[in-house]
Write a protein that binds this ligand. Sequence first.
Ligand code: SF4
Length: 305
Amino acid sequence: MLLPEVASRTLHPAPPESYTIFTGGCNFKCLHCQNWSISQYPDNGMRVDGFVNPAALAREAVSAIESPAGRLMGADRIFFSGGEPTIHLPYIEKVVFEARKLNRSCKVNFDTNGFMTESSLERILDFTTSMTFDIKAYHDEIHRAMTGAPVEPVLRNAEIVATRAPEKLWEYRIVVIPGVNEEDVGPICRFLARLSGDLPVCFLAFRPNFVMENHPRASRGLMTKCLSLASEAGLRNTAWAGVTGLPGSFRNIDTLSDAAYERAGAKTAGSYASSHGCETHPRDCGTCPASDACTIKRIIPGKSC
Ligand code: SF4
């Protein structure tokens, strides 16, 4: 992408109610991505809205929030999501600058996977009103197998937000995937509880998607177990959301035989990646020599399995 591209934008009723701008592209290749058509753009050839002049986008967003439909919905902010909005940070700063010329108190939410430099995080905290912050795993090998990226920057940034700007934290979000990252729910909870027992955390039941389009959903029992683990760790402000209990299977994956991963969840995620053409393990998309030819980012669910 030569210019930052907007994948789509719309008034959106999910809390925090907003005018949501989905930007194209992502620095992760999550096997379970629910926004795969956006996140793997442009490699997957899907269509997006394209480049939108930042002043025009700001006018559109402020106008939508102040419209009767926006007021009825309770929309009170521009919500940047993706993909990963961080990869378009200068563009987003410009949109926010233009929006606040129109409405000085215009609120902003930044929805992120947490994978950015400290200086980028400082820039985001400078303008954002709230953050929704995904934590996908605690152990590096599980995080790499799921996302193709190391976990250390994510945990470092989660700690920075919790300690320097907890008032900006809407919630940490943890998508719970049976047999993949469920073993990391306890460690993530203990990590966050050490920072503060009051941090808001929402567990989201995995919805089959992308490479993992046939994987079983999380059960209601697993989601309530997450709340128990959070409570045992000392977290007091937790919830779970999502649809549970639909069937699925681990079909179409061959168990990865090499020793790149030790933990069961990492082996399962690595096996999904391997079965769909990823040859680099542990996954590290940022340095992968096969990145240009990568088949994962070109997968269209429903056609590949
Ligand atoms: S082939 Fe390389 S770029 Fe593609 S998913 Fe695997 S590690 Fe990432």
